[in-house]
Design a protein around this ligand. Structure first.
Ligand SMILES: Cc1cc2nc3c(=O)[nH]c(=O)nc-3n(C[C@H](O)[C@H](O)[C@H](O)COP(=O)(O)OP(=O)(O)OC[C@H]3O[C@@H](n4cnc5c(N)ncnc54)[C@H](O)[C@@H]3O)c2cc1C
Length: 415
């Protein structure tokens, strides 16, 4: 592992730092620093407008989607330059949230499977934030077991007709386009009868219903399809190859490294240094110090695991399944830390309204968001399975329905 920048990397870092220093919305810095995890709330500006303005500014200057080819709105930068950019962008990267799924997963899938004309039409506005994309994968019967999905696509002339339901679709309510995985053949094994498309989220027959979350926000949705028509020209990959296409999407999830996983540890340390508990500052209490020491060890383990992944990227390698460790440990840690911080705050800990809660309610925000972090992009249990099978080489999970035709897999409805 080498933590030092090469001379080229150092020059790139300097250029990025200078541009960010001269162009970032400094007036939002304090609010962004105080913002907790989850959807961004700003006092004097619509967060979406702030996000779009920052993204467009970056795109106009060649700092958007750095590792994408220039003809599709990127900079043609290396993977390590992208990581360096993420480190330098720092707190302003909180403005990138609406674009994460589109740029991180849908864009690379389009890059791999769309036609040249489609790439030139759809990728530049995705890079500049002028168009937003979402990912229509999960369903009530297809989450961890994505291949169990039931949304149907049936061929009708030059179109496909879609019927079914997706759920937990982040950002569907403000997205312009989406990638969608469907079942086109229920008579073959579940992984084999799937087909991927992209579509306009304003197509007739799409109904989007927001889901209200425990933190009061509505970041994700149910999406219903009733006879929605998609031209065959918007198919990504061959008919029946949707599982392979989805692996490209999911593999790109792993590449979202560099920004690191939020654990809440620096925020907790700061709180303990200032909080008076009645017997002096929290940091002077031996029980608090012991807890902090345990989390400090885990936080530094995560930091160096992240550096290991960055070093691999720097050598031109793909980050491996060991990247699952970051989300697994970070998500759990954030939840534990938030609970501990609220205990320390005593009665004030129950106030979650950002205007009156301590520290702008950052720990309350963490507590309410962390269960979602532990589920999205692979639950804790699924990540443990990945680490067990692909990192430690332990025997694989038992998959009894793997080779059974999808329409013969017993369901409760069929009795
Ligand atoms: C904040 C958030 C945003 C999301 N955004 C999107 C999005 O934009 N697009 C999208 O398509 N989806 C999205 N999702 C959905 C997400 O991908 C699924 O919730 C996730 O894959 C889990 O699926 P599930 O909810 O159906 O749970 P299930 O798969 O039904 O799991 C239920 C429980 O069973 C456990 N379990 C399941 N299988 C196994 C196994 N083999 N071994 C051990 N335990 C197992 C799970 O760990 C979990 O505890 C989002 C979810 C969240 C929380």
């Amino acid at each position: 592992m080498n933590f030092e920048d090469t001379p080229q990397e150092a020059a790139f870092r300097q250029a990025a730092r200078e541009w960010i220093g001269a162009n970032a919305p400094i007036e939002l810095k304090a609010e962004l620093e105080a913002a907790s995890v989850g959807n961004l709330v700003l006092k004097h500006m619509d967060p979406m407008a702030a996000s779009k303005a920052w993204q467009k500014k970056k795109a106009d200057a060649g700092w958007a989607c750095l590792h994408w080819p220039t003809q599709y709105g990127g900079r043609g930068a290396s993977a390590i330059e992208r990581v360096i950019w993420g480190q330098e962008e720092g707190v302003y990267s909180k403005l990138n949230r609406p674009f994460g799924i589109g740029q991180g997963m849908c864009g690379p899938t389009m890059m791999a499977y769309a036609t040249e004309d489609q790439k030139r039409r759809f990728l530049p506005p995705l890079a500049s934030g002028e168009e937003i994309w979402c990912q229509l994968f999960s369903e009530p019967a297809g989450g961890s077991d994505l291949a169990g999905l039931r949304t149907r696509a049936e061929r009708d002339g030059d179109d496909w007709v879609i019927n079914g339901q997706k759920i937990w679709t982040s950002g569907a309510h403000y997205s312009d386009h989406a990638i969608l995985i469907t079942r086109t053949d229920p008579t073959v094994a579940k992984h084999k009868g799937l087909t991927m498309f992209f579509l306009d989220m304003r197509s007739p027959g799409i109904e989007i219903r927001p889901i209200k979350q425990v933190n009061g926000q509505s970041g994700f949705n149910e999406v219903f399809f009733t006879d929605v028509r998609i031209p065959d020209a918007q198919r990504l990959g061959k008919v029946g190859d949707g599982w392979q296409v989805s692996l490209v999407t999911l593999m790109n999830e792993r590449l979202s490294i560099g920004a690191g996983y939020q654990t809440g540890f620096p925020e907790l340390f700061e709180l303990c240094c200032t909080l008076e508990t009645g017997q002096g500052r929290a940091i002077d209490d031996p029980a608090v110090r012991s807890k902090l020491a345990q989390w400090a060890v885990r936080a530094s383990g995560l930091k160096y695991t992240g550096y290991r992944a960055i070093s691999a990227v720097s050598r031109g390698e793909m980050p491996g399944p060991e990247n699952s460790i970051g989300k697994l440990v970070g998500g759990e840690m954030m939840q534990e830390i938030a609970m501990f911080a609220l205990d320390l705050q005593g009665q004030a800990g129950v106030i979650s309204d950002t205007a009156s809660a301590m520290d702008n309610g950052r720990f309350q925000g963490m507590l309410l968001r962390s269960p979602g972090t532990r589920i999205e992009g692979g639950t804790d249990e699924i990540l443990r399975n990945i680490i067990a099978e692909r990192v430690l080489g332990l025997p694989a999970d038992i998959r009894v329905d793997k080779s059974v035709p999808f329409n013969q897999i017993p369901t409760r409805a069929r009795g």
